[in-house]
Write a protein of this length. Structure first.
Lengths: 422, 294
């Protein structure tokens, strides 16, 4: 490898490359205590899940899941993919605010949000592979020997893939800064706006596309949740879902990674949260209005006084109206706890809504209901744990919560600077 | 992207939308095949004697290659008997007003199938002659076909490391060789008639017309899900013998068509809009930023 590089790049590239490898190896080592309750629990979950997955790949999906001929998509699709992607919607909304609308206020949280979005797609959309019966054929719709272009899933799959790339480009300046590659950093920085615009277009389509997946399941989803407007509802709700996730994540991240948080972000964090709360509130009222329109248009009234009707009202009143009002109050009274509570309720509401469409109200008439097995839940938790580990690794090393918000010089990141001095 | 490209894409998108709309307005049963007449089977449930020879014939013809199990005479026939991943066709026994009615069920082989529209690898494939088949080398096992099929036909091998989607293939190889499907060939009661769909519809209408007391005036599959290649005649309303009568008369792919038409529109309209917005908001103060058109 080194020999090859030397012939291409001249004599000085050899030691340079060795230094680079050394740097990477040094960065691989954990920072901070290894045996913590969080590490032990998540490691146990991931180890258990590895055994379960080995079992699943050897003997079939049915050995660890409660999926059936009646319910082909369960927790792994309904929660990991459909809900996880809605949670990751914050990335496209924030990049829109910062790079397209150029609202500088939100600039300090844009990198952490994009990182979160990118990892969410890698892990949650990646969890799709665990659910595929014949994952070795996953390459088929990519390499073009069988393009099922009439399929919504084809669109969603391609958009996942392209959006992951776009998000990586959006985040790549942080990687370049970490490695101390100034020129690369400049080139990558120049690609950001393009990636952002491409990413937003893709997000609009696949956030709604996840809803459009269920359009052909017309007779299987309870009429209170099925409508031809599912794609629109999914798109609108992904906006406040993503921003609520940003609020909740931020409140945890700033505590855990306090030492990595920049002065600018510390100073303006509350303003950012209140601004996001106001956007959430506005979009939630739009969503509520759309929901009511769809409800009236679809003659939902006839189901209102059934058990399903009560469940529907519970979702809409408890987890759309209440958090929207709380967002408004939190914003007015400048109360961070109120906004956080609203954000948490919103996220629960999104889980409810996505699971209602994909799992709970799916085959609502079936005598035998699908309930996920404990093993499906453990694998889901393992996916989340793995994502958190990678997130922590990146935040502890790259300039994510503290970075210079222009084309200026490096932020204070020691390893990179040290490497460059050589 | 330059302007000419944009107009081109817009024109195509608008054109396809317009075509789709006018096509839908023009033909009353919206989706029945416009080209060749597909092959199909007419099931006359008033002739079915519930002997299950169709199940045996199917297992004999398709069992070995597809891992189906041999039917057993010990099994009781009930109204909830379904096809499974080991059984492509199943005879149900319904009791209506004290009379037993047996019904053979299997894939309906829709004229415009939801499963083939759902499949992102074209593993579910409608052959030009009509049978809807599954191709193992393409399928990635996502099970979206199962979610989409209004009749819940495709079945999945949940307990295999190399799972297959299992469903009736309308014996497409036998049909291509000029033979009848195995089930039709093994029916001793002439309850199953194999032929071209339009001829079968004529035959079904003839039977209803000549023996109005014997049949209700409904051919199941004529319009259901936009038309299916398997057609059913019955003496009693179809919801009493296990058929879903709330299935739409529209072909199921039309439910996602409009969303898919929006895709080129969004991909061509949104980026220029965003680029314009970003230019408009650029106060040119910071000399570029990460947004960098510096």
């Amino acid at each position: 490898m080194t020999a090859g590089l030397r012939t291409i790049g001249g004599p000085q590239l050899g030691p340079e490359f060795r230094r680079f490898v050394k740097f990477l190896l040094a960065e691989m080592r954990p920072k901070g205590p290894v045996v913590t309750p969080f590490n032990v629990i998540t490691a146990l979950i991931m180890a258990t899940s590895a055994v379960l997955l080995a079992w699943r790949f050897a003997f079939g999906i049915g050995t660890i899941t409660n999926l059936s001929q009646d319910v082909p998509w369960g927790l792994w699709i309904g929660f990991d993919v459909v809900t996880g992607v809605a949670f990751a919607g914050g990335a496209y909304v924030l990049t829109f605010l910062v790079y397209v609308m150029r609202i500088e206020k939100y600039h300090p949280i844009v990198r952490v949000t994009v990182l979160n979005g990118f990892l969410a797609y890698v892990f949650y959309a990646g969890a799709l592979l665990l659910d595929l019966g014949r994952p070795w054929n996953v390459i088929n719709p990519v390499i073009g020997n069988s393009f099922g272009v009439s399929s919504v899933l084809f669109l969603v799959a391609w958009h996942f893939m392209l959006y992951m790339m776009a998000q990586f480009v959006e985040f790549s300046p942080a990687v370049a800064e970490w490695l101390g590659w100034k020129r690369v950093r400049k080139v990558l920085g120049g690609m950001t706006l393009g990636a952002v615009i491409f990413g937003i277009s893709l997000s609009i389509l696949h956030q709604s596309g996840l809803g459009a997946l269920y359009l052909m399941a017309r007779d299987k989803i309870h009429p209170l949740w099925y409508s031809e407007f599912i794609p629109v509802l999914f798109l609108v709700s992904s906006i406040f879902s993503g921003l609520s996730m940003v609020i909740v994540e931020g409140s945890i991240t700033h505590k855990v990674f306090h030492h990595r948080t920049g002065a600018k972000l510390r100073a303006t964090n509350d303003d950012i949260v209140f601004g996001l709360a106001r956007i959430c509130m506005a979009v939630m009222f739009v969503y509520l209005f759309a929901k009511i329109l769809v409800f009236v248009h679809g003659h939902g009234g006839q189901y209102l006084f059934t058990g399903w009707g009560a469940w529907f009202v519970f979702e809409i009143a408890g987890f759309v109206v209440v958090p929207a009002v709380l967002f408004a109050r939190g914003f007015r009274q400048r109360s961070i706890p109120t906004v956080r509570l609203a954000a948490v309720l919103t996220l629960i509401g999104i889980v409810l809504n996505r699971l209602n469409v994909s799992v709970i109200a799916f085959k609502w008439y079936a005598p035998v209901r699908y309930v996920p097995s404990w093993m499906e839940i453990v694998v889901t938790l393992a996916v989340i744990s793995a994502e958190l580990w990678v997130f922590r690794w990146v935040v502890n090393r790259m300039p994510v919560l503290d970075f210079a918000m222009d084309h200026g010089e490096q932020p204070v990141i020691e390893p990179a600077a040290a490497r460059h001095a050589a | 992207m330059n302007r000419r490209d944009l107009f081109k894409v817009l024109g195509v998108a608008a054109g396809t939308t317009a075509c789709a709309r006018s096509a839908r307005a023009a033909e009353p049963p919206p989706s029945v095949a416009d080209g060749a007449d597909p092959v199909g089977v007419l099931v006359d449930t008033t002739r079915c004697i519930g002997c299950r020879m169709c199940e045996f014939g199917c297992a004999h013809a398709n069992g070995q290659a597809n891992g189906l199990e041999k039917p057993s005479f010990d099994e009781a026939l009930g109204p909830n008997r379904q096809t499974t991943e080991k059984r492509w066709t199943a005879v149900q026994r319904h009791v209506v007003a004290g009379r037993a009615i047996t019904v053979k069920r299997q894939c309906m082989h829709c004229v415009q199938p939801a499963c083939t529209a759902a499949c992102l690898t074209k593993a579910m494939y409608k052959t030009p002659d009509g049978p809807v088949i599954w191709r193992s080398n393409k399928c990635m096992g996502c099970r979206y076909c199962m979610v989409s099929c209004p009749f819940d036909v495709p079945k999945f091998e949940y307990h295999s490391a190399v799972p297959r989607i299992q469903k009736c293939q309308l014996c497409f190889q036998r049909v291509a060789a000029g033979e009848q499907p195995a089930c039709v060939a093994s029916c001793p009661a002439q309850a199953l008639t194999f032929g071209r769909r339009n001829n079968l519809l004529d035959e079904a209408r003839r039977r209803i017309y000549t023996e109005p007391g014997r049949y209700i005036s409904h051919i199941y599959g004529e319009r259901e899900a936009g038309g299916t290649s398997w057609l059913y005649l019955s003496a009693v309303p179809f919801d009493q013998i296990g058929f879903r009568t709330d299935v739409a008369n529209e072909a199921y792919p039309t439910y996602t068509k409009e969303f898919l038409y929006a895709v080129p529109l969004v991909l061509t309209l949104v980026p220029p809009l965003l680029l314009g917005l970003s230019r408009a908001t650029d106060k040119g103060e910071r000399g570029g930023d990460e947004g960098g058109e510096a």
